[in-house]
Design a protein around this ligand. Structure first.
Ligand code: ZN
Ligand code: FE
Length: 240
């Protein structure tokens, strides 16, 4: 499977997962249809599935247009069936979604929204974490509790260390400043920041990140208990 990173809106990423054996593809969180259509144009890609991590507009904005244009099926969490436009296939926590040659384990990871899920393509060691885990950060808690978000991140922390993390936004540089402020002696983080700046200077995404690096550098994953996690989340919400 090949992953193509497609920039949408201001700082969103949508991802195309392409099965190179037959050019079937899934798109993760199409914020808008146009950048996806532009990418697919003149290629023999069959957009079979639209996968949504959660219902926010910057993750589902392209659903209906893409569904209509390519006759794709929309796939999302069953509890969010009234909030995900065009939903066809309802997923449950811990199920393995299998279609064509695609296979992903579904994790319900509430906190940012109550119905947020992650798609873990375990055979490829890639996870799509939407707005729950970012590189060097985590999502704001809009609908859930600190406990839920902490538990959701803990689930992701337990995956194999070489798992690649594909998240919903390019927030890495801003996040790195926050991490450095509260973890100023972390040498691994300092190295990562140099890498991040290099990529951004070359106009490249900082995504994917690798779980091993996040475990060492992401202050929200380093928080050892709910209390310290919550304290960090509050500080981040009040920082600019
Ligand atoms: Zn969101
Ligand atoms: Fe978002």
């Amino acid at each position: 499977m090949k992953i193509e990173i497609i920039k949408c809106l201001q700082d969103n990423y949508s991802y195309l997962i392409i099965d190179e054996s037959n050019q079937d593809a899934c798109v993760i969180d199409p914020s808008e249809a146009n950048p996806i259509v532009d990418f697919i144009k003149n290629k023999k890609i069959n957009l079979k599935y639209i996968l949504n991590t959660h219902h926010h507009y910057d993750h589902i904005g392209g659903n209906l247009e893409l569904k209509k244009k390519y006759n794709s099926k929309v796939v999302g969490f069953k509890n969010d069936k009234s909030r995900i436009p065009g939903i066809d296939i309802l997923l449950e926590d811990n199920q393995v979604w299998k279609a064509n040659n695609f296979e992903a384990k579904i994790y319900h990871i509430p906190g940012h929204t109550s119905g947020h899920i992650a798609f873990h393509f375990f055979k490829e060691n890639k996870i799509f974490t939407g707005d729950t885990l970012f590189s060097l950060g985590c999502g704001k808690i809009f609908e859930g509790t600190y406990q839920q978000m902490f538990n959701s991140l803990t689930k992701i922390k337990k995956l194999p260390k070489h798992t690649k993390i594909y998240c919903g936004h390019e927030y890495t540089l801003q996040n790195s400043n926050f991490c450095l402020t509260y973890d100023p002696k972390n040498l691994k983080l300092k190295d990562k920041i140099i890498e991040i700046k290099k990529k951004l200077n070359d106009n490249l995404p900082t995504i994917p990140s690798v779980l091993a690096d996040e475990l060492e550098c992401n202050i929200f994953l380093r928080a050892k208990d709910l209390k310290s996690f919550s304290k960090l989340r509050v500080l981040k919400d009040n920082s600019y």
